[in-house]
Structure formats: structure tokens, C-alpha cells
Design a protein around this ligand. Structure first.
Ligand code: SAM
Length: 164
């Protein structure tokens, strides 16, 4: 598979999994976290499929397309090692979906990220909430959700925090 084909698969898988999880969440209340605003592509899609929800986007810097930048109340700027630990005062409810899109392309950096990110994601996710991620995470008490048939092969995973 060429890198172009792999990139196309990744994007289609990301879109398919986010839409699948949006269906599973239905009307369950709660905000959405976008971990890695980047260019704002997936943020733009999230606000299309979750038009009624608060979406909080996190990134160390704002580099998104001008039309895809959340307002100041919903944009959390800084290193997520700090911001995810310290943003509780501005975010009242735990998220029903955490979308992790932080792949660096460097396997060692990605492993390092998994180590510090996993406990923060586990701490934030609502009971019964979902995590769509571009990398495996270590999430005790979560189950892995089967991918829908339309999702092409990609590294993405969907986890759900078990209730109770
Ligand atoms: C792959 S890009 C996100 C792409 C984006 N979701 C999109 O669709 O356009 C990854 C983003 O994660 C951010 N990022 C990576 N590590 C971070 C960290 N420790 N704290 C904050 N942001 C981080 C980078 O700055 C980058 O913008």
C-alpha cells in the first residue's frame, strides 16, 4: 500500500468511526473533546455531526484554518500534559467522546505520548463515554468497540468506558 493510499484510508476510517460513535452516543448528554486541533479538519467535522454539543479543542498552538478555530471558551491552548490536568474549572461535565488525533509519525514519540496521555484520557472520559484514537492507549476499565464494516484498515481504535 502506498503512503497516499494509507493516508486516504486513515482519513476515511477517522470519518467513519467518528460518525459511527456519534450514532452510538445518540442523545446522551456531554461535551466532546478534540485532542489535537491541528488544521481544524476533524474539528470541523465534529461540529457538523454534533451540532448541539459543546466541543473543546486542545492544542499547543493555534494553527487551524481561520474558519475552524473555536471561540476562546472552547479553545484550550498549551501542552496537554498540563492543560488536561488543569482545565477542570472551565469544563463542567465529562466528555461523551474524546477524539485523540495526535499522531506524530515517529513511533518512539507516539509511545511516549501514550504513556502520559492514557491516564489523562481515562480520568476525563464519562462513564459509558467513547474514545476514538489514532493510537492504542492503555485504558483499564474500557472495552474495545468493533469497527463498523465501512471503515478501511487504519491504526484507529474505538474504546468505551464501562459503566460502574
Ligand atoms: C495530527 S495533528 C491534528 C490534526 C487535526 N485533528 C486535523 O484534523 O486537522 C496533531 C496536533 O496535536 C498537537 N499536539 C501534539 N502533542 C501535543 C501536546 N503535548 N500538547 C498539545 N498539543 C499537542 C500538535 O500541535 C498538532 O497540531
Amino acid at each position: 500500500m502506498s503512503r497516499l493510499e494509507a493516508a486516504i484510508n486513515r482519513l476515511i476510517a477517522q470519518k467513519t468511526l467518528l460518525e459511527h460513535v456519534a450514532d452510538l452516543i445518540g442523545k446522551t448528554p456531554g461535551p466532546v473533546f478534540e485532542l489535537g486541533l491541528g488544521n481544524g479538519r476533524t474539528y470541523d467535522h465534529l461540529r457538523q455531526i454534533f451540532p448541539e454539543r459543546e466541543i473543546f479543542a486542545f492544542d499547543q498552538a493555534i494553527r487551524a484554518h481561520a474558519g475552524c478555530i473555536p471561540d476562546a471558551a472552547h479553545m484550550v491552548v498549551g501542552d496537554m500534559r498540563d492543560t488536561l490536568r488543569l482545565c477542570h474549572p472551565r469544563i463542567a461535565a465529562k466528555p461523551v467522546l474524546i477524539h485523540v488525533d495526535m499522531g506524530s509519525g515517529d513511533p518512539t514519540a507516539d509511545l511516549a505520548t501514550r504513556e502520559w496521555l492514557s491516564p489523562l484520557v481515562a480520568d476525563w472520559a464519562a462513564e459509558g463515554g467513547y474514545v476514538v484514537t489514532d493510537r492504542p492507549l492503555q485504558l483499564p476499565g474500557f472495552t474495545t468497540i468493533e469497527r463498523p464494516s465501512g471503515a478501511p484498515a487504519s491504526p484507529h481504535l474505538v474504546y468505551r468506558r464501562m459503566k460502574g
